[in-house]
Structures are given as C-alpha cells and as structure tokens.
Design a protein around this ligand. Sequence first.
Ligand code: BGC
Length: 766
Amino acid sequence: MKKVIPLILIFLFVAACSSFDNNQKVSENKSAEIEVKIKRLLNQMTLEEKAAQMLNLGLPSILNGAYWDLRDSAVFNAERFRKYMIEYGAGSIHNTPGFTPNKEDWYHIIKTIQDSVRTKSRLGIPVLYGIDNIHGANYVNGSTLFPHQIAIAATWNPERSKQSAEITSYESRAASLPWNFNPNADVATNPLWGRIAESFGEDPYLISQMTNAYIQGSQGNGLQDSLSTAVCIKHFIGYGAGKNGKDRANALIPDNSLRQYFLPPFQEAVEHGAMSVMISSNAVNGIPCHINKYYITDILKGEMGFKGVVISDFSDIDYLVEAHQSAKDKREATKMAVNAGLDIIMNPYGIDIVDIIVELVEDGEIPMDRINDAVSRVLRLKFYLNLFEVPYTNPTSYRQFASEEFEETNYQIASEAITLLKNTNDILPLLSDKKVLVTGYAANSMNVLNGAWSRTFLGQDTAYNDPTKWSILKAIEKQIGSKNLEFVQGTDYLEDMNSDAAVKKAKYVDYVIVCVGEIPATEKPSDINELDLPSIQQELVKKLAKIGKPIILVMVQGRPRIIREIEPLASAILMAYLPGDEGGRAVSDVLFGKVNPSGKLPYTYPKYTGNFLPYYHKKADIRDINWGYDGFYTQFEFGFGLSYTHFEYSNLSLSADSINENSELHISVDVKNTGSYEGKEVVQLYLKDKVATVSPDSKKLVRFSKINLKIGETKTVKFSLQSNDLKSIGINNNWIIEEGDFELQIGGNPQNLLKRRLYYQKKNNQ
Ligand code: BGC
C-alpha cells in the first residue's frame, strides 16, 4: 500500500527538525517519514516495550557466566537472552564480552542479537549497540590505536581530530558498532583528574573546535551511511572540574562559570548534529547531574534545543543511591532521573529498571508523555542510523581496516601532537651516530604509550599488543642501530628497577633519554593524591644528572605531572602525552629530527601541586604581582610549544581599531620561518577584556590556525572576528559585552604575543 503522509504532519516535522536533519543529511521527506514511523510504533508499543527501549544493558548480562568474567568467546545464555532481548525487548546494549573481539567476532555477536530480535521479538525493533571508541575503535582487536584526545588537542589541528574520527568510525562500523560513546567534551580544569587524557584540555574554544571536527569525521556523511557512527558527547556536565580532582567528584560550578566555560562545547556539539549526550556521574554543587532537571531538560533539551538521546553513565541510577545518597532506593532514583530528562538508562546488569519504570508510570509518578518523548528519541536515533534496514554490516566490506594508510595517518597525528617544551642550546635534534642510553618506566612499553581503553578498560594487558608496533626504545633502535644503544629500564611506575645500572651505563654514552610516564588507567583506578611525577622516576633523573651527560626527558602521560625539581636537570623536554600505537616512532622521529615538533600544550602545566589555575583565570587570582605575590606559577603555559625552527611575526594589521555589534573585524599578520627547518606553526589569537563588571579573564582564545612554512617562507594569516567573540557572561548570567577597551593578542607562543588595542562600541552610540 502506498504511504500517505498528511501534509500538516510534514509541515510540523519539517519546521521542528530541519537544522537537525541538515546535519544528518536526511531530506525533509525522509525526516517526515521517520516521524510518522515513530508515531506508528509508539501507538503499537505496550508500556513495557517502551520502558525496555529506555534500557541499555551490558553485553555480559546476556552471556554465560558472571558479568565480570574474563572470557575467550561469547556464548549467549539462552534463558537470559530470551527474557531480556525477546520478551522484554531491551533497546540497546554496550560493553565488550569480557575479551576484545576482532571485527568478525563482533559481527557474529551483533548479527545473532539483531537477527533474533528482528525475527522473534513482537515488534522487531533493532538493538542499538554503543561502545567506547576512546582513541580509535579500541575494543575491536587489531584496529588503529590513535593518540588519546589530549594529544589530538595538542596538534591544534582540527583536521587531525576529524581524520581520527573518520577512521575510528570506519573501523567501528567494520565491527557493526554504530554508536560511539565519544568524544569527550569535558572542560578539564583540574589537572589531578585522571581522565584529562581523554579530554581536549582546558580551553572551551579549542575543545569545541576539536569536538566539532570529530563529529564531522564521525557523522559528516550522514548517519545513514554505513561508514558513519553516531557520536555521544560526554559527560554532561562538569566532570573535569571535580573539586578534589578525583574521578566523579563533586564540582562547584556557579551558573556564570557553567555558561561561560562548560556549556559552550556541548552547545556547539548540538549545533553540529550530535545525536546523543551522556550525563556525567558526578554532582555539581552537590546535585547529581543525573537528577538535575535544570541542566538536562531546561538547558540541554530546552535552551540548546537538543533533539537526540540523553543516556546515563554506567550504573548511575544505582549510584544515585549508593554514591550520592540522593535517593533512598532504586525506584526513587529512577523516578528522579527519568523526570529530570534521561532517555536511556545504562543499567548493565539486568532488566529490573524496566519493571521499575512501568510501575512508576502506572502509579502516576512518571508522566506517560515523558516516556513517549524518551522512546521517540531512541527510535529516532535508530531510524537515522538506518538500523531497521541495515542492522549490521559485513566486515569483509571494510578492506581498509588497519590498513597502512590508516597507520600512516595515525603516525602523522602522533607526530603532530608531540610538544617540545625545552631545547637548551638546540640540543635536539640528536645526531644518529652518537651513543645513547634509553631508560625509564615508559621507554619500552606499548601499554604506557596507549594508556587506558586499549583493548581492555585499563589497557594494562600486554596480550593484545601488536608485535609490529614499536615502543620508544624499539623505534630508537631502528634509528640508530643496537651498537650505539644501551637500555636499562631503571624504574617501574613507582619502584626502583636497577637504577644503579642505568647510572653506570650513563657514563659511557653521549646522551641519556629518560622516558617517564604514568601507569595506564582511567576512572577511579586513575585517581592520584599528588600531582608530582612519582618520586622514584624523579630520583632516576636526579641520579643520572650527576653523571653530567645531557638528559632528554620524554614524558608519556596524560596529566601534567609536576617536574619542577627535575626540569632544570634536563637539556630538552618532550611531552608525548599518550600517543598511541605509532607514538614510539613519532617520539624517536622528533628526537632525531625526521619530524619537526609542532604540538602546543592544550592545558596549563603547573609548577606546584598546590597552585593550578587554567590560563583564563582572574587578575585577583594573582593579585599583587608587583609586590612579589603571585598566584599563577606555571612550568609551561597553555599554548606553549617549541619548534626546531623559528617563526617571526610582523605586519599585524586590523581593519579597524573598534568593533560594534554589527561590524566584522579583519585581522592579518605575517609569519615568517626564519630558521633552518621547514616547520608548522600554530597562530593563536586571544582577546582580553580590560574592564568588565564580572572580573574579566586574563585572556581568552578566540581563533587559531596551523600553517606549514618552508625555510624562509612567509605566509599571511587572516582571521575575522565578530562582536560575539567579545562576549562574556555578565552579572545577570547572560552573554553581554560592555563598551570599552579590549586587547587583541596574537602569536605562536604565549610569552611572546603581539598586542593591539581594540575598542568595543555599542551600535547606538555611533
Ligand atoms: C564511563 C563512560 C563510559 C561508560 C560506558 C563509564 O564508566 O564514565 O565514559 O562511556 O562507562 O563504558
């Protein structure tokens, strides 16, 4: 029978969905058709079936054995499978089976689920499978393992974020995994936080640019495309600002800060077509995010107009009772969370939540409208992903999986992330014919380079490591040969491992490369009590320094661990972050000059454990600097990073010395490569409001551009600004600009910026 869609319906849906659909590359007709299908399904569904669409189960709950068992194959438990998937009709699943399947294994797992659900459940609604693709499709064995997000941010090149997302998406789809619990748009303001490695750092603008590019890479061809994955932006909100720096700790965020720093990356992500958002496990101002109706319904779904799915984090309904103590039992917690606006509940272990939702609706404690809204959002995502037509994809169609081309892109990204923080007397690049001692915890470990979320949750299992990938040691050996190379690990993460032997060997070499680092970990296991680099690793550097050979410090870590005491002992310092499978090669190629480093810090690197602030702090945080008081001691500043060449800035020109609400300001500056290497430079543009009622920030990043310059080459870099770029949150918690002076700052390194006065004039004064 021909489908007839009432015109009035088409009009209503088109009006409601158009920009949303544009991002998804869904035509107006298609979108209207989807809405009709959603309505039709809703009319057919029982309350139980609706509640089941709101459930996200963990895969192990339908496999044989206990949830956290380590398995080597995925055998479905017939009884639980029938009950959860067929009888109840669970709407979505996440997690691995307890081992890391290759793409073919994933295909069989997902095909079994989808085929059974399609043929045996009453309505045949496909299941939505979500997975944490944190740095590549890391839960698909053999996939490309990229640098972690913090390293991608350090490239200051959004194209790199996009490329990593495209490949991740491809390799995820090769395993029939269409929904990605990434990227992370958290604004990381506390360097103690272990998951800073999974974030794009501290700056809302840099985070937004990187997040938007990631969304483009994942969803740019539209979700119907079998290479696309739907992103899930997380964690809404304030996860990176936990007061004590611990995972899931309470954050104190006044409304003006929330709006100024934390919401913009999410707002942008929504505007760029993000289809799902994950709620943060923490509390903000003592209110668990999962029950914060103001944040979820009023701000995210209301002010931001988010039309996608809101999912809880892992077991977070239970944590409302157990961790937050905000609800007396699971029933009360579910009621609070669903009424606050949650659409899907990640309830890994079973289906109890479905019965609870049904009971709450029947008792009149959750309105039916809320359920219909939640289920519509879930079904919409399934339709947009075309899961009703194509519930899984054949792995053999994805021939580029882990290809050399993907590997090369991965290498380029890692190379572009590495940040040179010190290079006394241009000691780097090193000469390949000298004798070198390589030492340190991170020197010969693929797991340390890859960090957490590498085949396993904590990334500490060596069984999955790809033998063709090179640790830093291996890559250096390939570069200089074994004859000139000495290796002694020297320390573990926290313990000495024959550091005396390293010291002895140091006497007979020309350079000592000390690779320090962090243990692979995330979430609670990544909590630390002090930011200092573990003392045993610092001791190794101190002992080696006594020998008097030049020390090159390579840091393999997500967080900026305090190195105040050992920094003066090192002639050169490289920040490698967690650079992934190609990180060893990239580090070695930077050390020996095949790559000219171009990364810039995406966060402030503090000097003292007790003194950290983001670069956009207030003057009052520092205060009486002229009287010798200071509150902002950095080891290295946000945006800092050296090159083997030198860049000179000149001819800064502004199209006007004032701007108003309707005008556009054009800025141009010449950048010349005056050194003797070709190199990439990140041109950074900041604004500083000189006077504002709400004390202005020291400065704020408003534009950046990464350019490549040959030796002697000059390029003119142009930016344009609108008055919106000058806005900040005013005393009434809305975006305003007060008339007066601003300062525009431009350059490649924060200590050395060209400055110009800029006046903001309200239109009606002219
Ligand atoms: C993490 C999320 C992740 C989820 C699903 C949680 O513990 O906080 O970032 O997406 O688990 O694995």
